[in-house]
Design a protein around this ligand. Structure first.
Ligand SMILES: [Zn+2]
Ligand SMILES: [Zn+2]
Length: 352
């Protein structure tokens, strides 16, 4: 029997914070069964699928929303159950990256609803040139993320704002040495979704450990992450398909087999480009709402631009919210090793 065509697009991730991207949240709805609520309407409100019944969860406030009923409006439900959600509270300032496809540009109903919500909450009136720049910035992030996830090596955990992404696809040492043993990987699967018929043992055998987020797993060796699993998937096969450069999977299956799997069913591949953002691209990032908020705090423009540029080159997406952003600006200044008074002057340069 021929297998049904796989409708999943991108299942790779490097760090779970990528849930700040709407398209990643949308990709979690692989077996959604509630036909009167569209996954797109949920992902637009910060929600991702829990892969159990109809449960969803907000990436920002972590509230669970489920037991959906006909006529429910996801945006309203989210707000009702979590009035303090940062996203609901200050939607124009969060680090969410909407999908920004044509549907969205043409005034997707939900996006309209969302922006109406913003206006209701007293955000400044929209300036159309500014609005266009913001849309352009979101589109850029979406395409840069595709490049980073398909063309560069997963980053081992550590200090965000290391310099550049690693483009040579050669793994030198295990990204997560503490999960090198099969038993440690097996033990990590404490809350694997019951509805996915793949055993944690099979996952661990394939080099994966659970990051304790729904069905999200990462390889201890190459660091590559995969989510959106379906019953019947073969973890060894998918490891080879998405991360064919991984030394562990090459050792496990043999180089030839890995190359064959990757060639027969290649993962999505975005156009190549430099990892480093051009000056214009870095400038465009300043149109992101999360940057606008920091402007309001009278921080130096060049400093905001530098830190956001480093962040996007590192992860492919902006900070989740302005609070984390300001913390990282502080970390960045610390890393420069300037005397205290110079630091505060650097942060406030250009203000009267
Ligand atoms: Zn929330
Ligand atoms: Zn691997």
């Amino acid at each position: 029997m021929e297998k049904a065509k796989d409708d999943r697009v991108e299942r790779r991730f490097f760090i779970p914070q990528c849930l700040t991207m709407e398209k990643v949240r949308l990709a979690t709805f692989v077996d959604w069964k509630v036909d009167f609520i569209k996954p797109r309407d949920l992902s637009a409100c910060m929600l991702y699928s829990q892969r159990e019944e109809d449960h969803t969860r907000c990436f920002s406030c972590m509230i669970f929303v489920g037991k959906w009923e006909e006529g429910d409006i996801p945006w309203e439900e989210h707000k009702k159950h979590s009035p303090d959600c940062f996203f609901m509270d200050e939607p124009h300032l969060h680090g969410n990256v909407p999908i920004m496809d044509d549907k969205c540009k043409l005034g997707d109903q939900l996006f309209e609803e969302w922006t109406r919500g913003i206006e209701k909450q007293g955000a400044p009136a929209k300036d159309s040139a500014e609005e266009e720049k913001k849309v352009e910035a979101f589109k850029f992030i979406n395409s840069y993320y595709d490049f980073l996830i398909s063309r560069t090596l997963p980053k081992p955990p550590g200090n965000i704002l290391r310099t550049e992404a690693i483009k040579v696809l050669e793994v030198k040492r295990p990204a997560f040495p503490s999960y090198s043993s099969l038993s440690s990987r097996k033990e990590s699967f404490k809350s694997w979704p019951k509805e996915i018929d793949i055993t944690p043992d099979a996952m661990a055998e394939a080099g994966f450990f659970s990051i304790d987020l729904v069905d999200w797993v990462q390889c201890f060796n190459c660091g590559g992450g995969l989510f959106a699993w379906r019953s019947g998937d073969n973890p060894l096969h998918d490891h080879a398909r998405f991360y064919s450069f991984c030394p562990f999977i090459k050792e496990k299956l043999g180089e030839e087999t890995v190359a064959k799997i990757a060639a027969e069913n290649p993962p999505p591949l975005a156009p190549d480009r430099p990892v480093q953002l051009s000056e214009e691209e870095a400038e465009l990032l300043l149109a992101l709402p999360v940057c606008k908020k920091i402007f309001g705090m009278k921080m130096d423009r060049d400093l905001i631009a530098t830190v956001m540029k480093l962040r996007v080159e590192e992860c492919g997406f902006p900070f989740k919210n302005w609070r984390i952003f300001t913390d990282k600006i502080g970390d960045y200044l610390d890393s420069l090793d300037l005397p205290e008074d110079k630091k505060s002057r650097a942060a406030r340069k250009g203000t009267k």
